[in-house]
Design a protein around this ligand. Structure first.
Ligand SMILES: [Zn+2]
Length: 330
């Protein structure tokens, strides 16, 4: 993911103001009718954050770095497939693509990438996508506990919660683990030539095949494991999705989950530009001054099971409202 310099400034200004004035923020969201959030049986949904945390430990300590086109990534793909194979109702497929590092990158040869897609067919038209990248940044010894191990394992635990023999009541759910979100160093992030290779390739193909309008809404998770969790109200995200997430956090008794605003370029941009209502749930303040980001400090010491649980329960509790408010555009 990548913030643009001007929006960093805006983000800091607005984020700072929001700390003292809780009413500031998304004016678009305020303009819309309020959406109702109801918890099933009045209870926070079950989400096994300890199991998710053990999965994360496995990724970081047993597999280690998971860069696109490397053995670590291949092991992760195989591990996800094996975990998903134990669950009922999910159809898993591997979606392959080629990533060309830009001129001047340390890696030069074309790289094979693989997105993992899991589909749980529903009774209603439309698909809700919940996404994460699962590759890690190319830096020696970087295991990416937060970026993006955290969201990788939250998606897997969501899959366990949503598993079942019968066809799902409601829209189809699609879990997407994107490969190649990270850039090829030392070349800087570029939305179309040096980042988001897997999501960009898939969104482009779905646009050409005219299947992208079947996606009702897309929820992207990234860097949500920080032990000091504070999720951004990402500025270019869909305002209704933002409203649903913020209200759900409130109903779950977690109103301080969202802090500040900022514009972040991440995997969701390629779907958003094809008119898919999208939200990026991301905490871009990891360690003092975001100093743990893309360093070896992004390790098991600085993430927590509790943060995984806060996000897992948020998505589970928000899903009914997302399904109610969004339908396919075909
Ligand atoms: Zn990253």
């Amino acid at each position: 993911m990548h913030p643009t310099p001007i929006t960093i400034l805006i983000g800091i200004l607005f984020g700072g103001l929001c700390l003292i004035s809780p009413s500031c923020g998304d004016s678009q969201a305020r303009a819309q009718t309020s959406v109702e959030i109801n918890l099933k049986n009045g209870q926070a949904p079950d989400f096994d954050e300890e199991r998710a945390f053990e999965d994360l430990r496995f990724l970081c300590e047993e597999i280690g770095p998971r860069r696109i086109g490397t053995k670590g990534l291949q092991q992760t793909t195989a591990w996800l497939q094996a975990q998903m194979a134990e669950l009922e109702g999910w159809n898993v497929s591997l979606d392959t693509f080629k990533a060309q590092p830009p001129a001047g990158a340390r890696r030069q040869a074309e790289v094979d990438g693989v997105n993992v897609l899991a589909r749980r067919t529903g009774t209603e038209p439309g698909e809700i996508w919940i996404c994460s990248h699962y590759d890690t940044y190319d830096y020696p010894g970087f295991v990416g506990a937060n970026d993006a191990g955290s969201s990788t394992v939250v998606l897997l635990e969501l899959a366990r919660q949503w598993a079942g023999k019968e066809e799902r009541e409601g829209q189809t759910l699609v879990l997407a683990w994107f490969d190649g979100e990270e850039r090829f160093p030392p070349i800087p992030w570029q939305d179309f030539t040096n980042s988001t290779f897997g999501s960009r390739d898939l969104a482009e193909r779905m646009f050409k095949e005219e299947t992208i309008d079947g996606i009702s809404a897309l929820i992207l998770l990234d860097m949500i494991g920080d032990a000091q969790l504070g999720v951004l109200k990402e500025q270019s995200s869909d305002s209704m999705l933002k409203q649903i997430m913020e209200r759900t956090a409130g109903v779950l008794g977690d109103p301080n989950l969202f802090v500040g605003q900022r514009d972040i370029q991440d995997d969701h941009i390629h779907f958003r530009r094809r008119n898919v209502p999208s939200i990026n749930l991301i905490d871009f303040n990891y360690g003092p001054g975001n100093s743990y980001w893309h360093t070896r400090e992004d390790n098991m010491e600085h993430v927590s099971a509790k943060s995984l649980g806060r996000i897992g329960r948020l998505i589970l509790a928000a899903l009914p409202a997302v399904e109610r408010e969004f339908s396919p555009r075909e």
